[in-house]
Design a protein around this ligand. Structure first.
Ligand SMILES: Nc1nc2c(c(=O)[nH]1)N[C@H]1C(S)=C(S)[C@@H](COP(=O)(O)O)O[C@H]1N2
Ligand SMILES: [Mo]
Length: 418
């Protein structure tokens, strides 16, 4: 099971319990024994797996490079290269190839680089926390769901007294001083200085789920870009360059990746049986990533395998899709937070009640579940998809890979004679 799968079970168990109780009175003709079996199975799995909304730091999926991996150096070396909090430093300098107009470099050479103490002083006044899902644009499903804390990148950029001729911000992770291991990304200065309505800032991130970032997660400090795929969130951050260059120079631009893509909305299965007996309900659960266009519905479609689908409808738009249930925001967020509580002041949450202002929230995930009943014996393909807040069904409006993999997921399901 993936980390998100495990954390998801706890939520869905409650959903099935509620559903089971309600249907016992409302629909007395349903095969209750089968329902009970399904409920029991879910409850058991949940007790074993203890699911949560947030992914703990250690159970995140990881996409990394470097030989050796920067955080695996011995402690002495880590101190020397600035990959522990006590010795970490961030440079913010101008690009000599496309010079910006600004007053004050934060540089190692001048002794003005931002250190951990400086960052923590800024944090006292400027720290923010928000939820963001981490997904590799080429990965089939999310790597993890986090509560990230940091200081907005713009707070540090303003310290350099920028004036003009700045079009982009390039930024770099530690790479063993080997140009071949360099990992870099970039953003338009506009995105750094300003957030879209309801959006979160780009941050110099030092905490995940209330704990300091581990080396593996990119600590002491990584970039977190809330609305972008993972490659914009550079780990082991050491250097920011202000530039008047007009174009991106992201490492991910090689490999045919679309480096301007914002997150897409798409659904994935988490748990579903491969086989049931006729009369047994089919419990299905999943996650949906909520991209730039939001999320209004998750749907499923059970199609007999022997039916061939017309080639001119590759996204199954004419299929008999049915709604699954989108689960509400959890009461307990998990992820190792004390009592599962989000800290006060988390962006997008009501200060008085601690509840989210909108749900589902962009750049996070939502859980979904459905209990499918009355399926005849046979072999099926089970598919799921999202409908975004513009009413557009996955994988449209952006079906191409390399800007975020969002193809419709498909799982086989066999319903056996009783
Ligand atoms: N320095 C550095 N930062 C990096 C990477 C890397 O290889 N080196 N991988 C990126 C990619 S492609 C992704 S998808 C995310 C994954 O973040 P995670 O490993 O914390 O889940 O980190 C990004 N940041
Ligand atoms: Mo990635």
């Amino acid at each position: 099971m993936t980390p998100i799968a495990r954390e998801h079970l706890e939520l869905t168990r409650r959903y099935f319990l509620k559903l089971g109780a309600a249907s016992a009175c409302a629909l007395p003709s349903l095969p209750l024994l089968a329902y009970d079996n399904a409920i029991a199975k879910e409850a058991l799995a949940a007790a074993i797996a203890k699911l949560e909304y947030l992914t703990t730091q250690d159970s995140f999926g990881t996409v990394e490079r470097g030989d050796p991996l920067p955080y695996t150096h011995p402690p002495e070396k880590l101190r020397e290269i600035g990959l522990v909090r006590e010795t970490w430093k961030l440079e913010v300098v101008g690009d000599p190839a496309a010079p910006p107009k600004f007053e004050a470099s934060l540089s190692r050479e001048l002794g003005t680089a931002l250190d951990w103490g400086g960052l923590m002083t800024l944090a006292e006044k400027h720290a923010v926390r928000f939820l963001k899902i981490m997904t590799c644009n080429n990965g089939g499903s999310p790597l993890g769901m986090g509560l990230w804390e940091g200081v907005p990148l713009r707070t540090v950029i303003w310290l350099t007294k920028p004036q003009a001729d700045i079009r982009r911000v390039f930024y770099y992770g530690y790479h063993n001083d080997d140009p071949k291991q360099l990992f870099q990304s970039s953003l338009p200065i506009g995105r750094v200085l300003e957030d879209p309505p309801g959006g979160d800032p780009v941050i110099l991130c030092y905490k995940l789920n209330g704990e300091y970032l581990s080396g593996k997660r990119g600590g002491p400090v990584r970039m977190i870009v809330p609305d972008a795929y993972g490659f914009k969130s550079v780990k082991w951050l050491t250097r920011v360059v202000l530039t008047n260059a007009p174009a991106a120079n992201d490492t991910y631009a090689s490999g045919n990746n679309d480096i301007d893509s914002q997150m897409k909305t798409f659904a994935r299965f988490v748990s579903r049986p491969a086989k049931v007996k006729v009369g047994e309900a089919v419990p299905v659960t999943g996650v949906a990533q909520v991209g730039i266009s939001g999320l209004t519905r998750v749907q499923y479609w059970l199609s007999p395998q022997e039916v061939e689908w017309p080639a001119d409808d590759p996204y199954f738009t004419k299929a008999d899709w049915k709604d699954a249930e989108l689960l509400a925001a959890p009461e307990s967020w998990g992820g190792g937070l004390t009592e599962g509580k989000l800290p006060a002041g988390t962006l997008g949450f009501d200060a008085a009640t601690g509840r989210p202002l909108t749900w589902p929230m962009r750049n996070t995930l939502a859980h979904w579940a459905v209990l499918i009943s009355g399926v005849a014996a046979g072999k099926y393909d089970l598919r799921c998809r999202t409908i975004d807040a513009n009413g557009i069904a996955q994988p449209l409006p952006r079906p191409f890979p390399k800007s975020g993999r969002n193809s419709i997921e498909q799982m086989p399901l066999t319903v056996e004679e009783g």
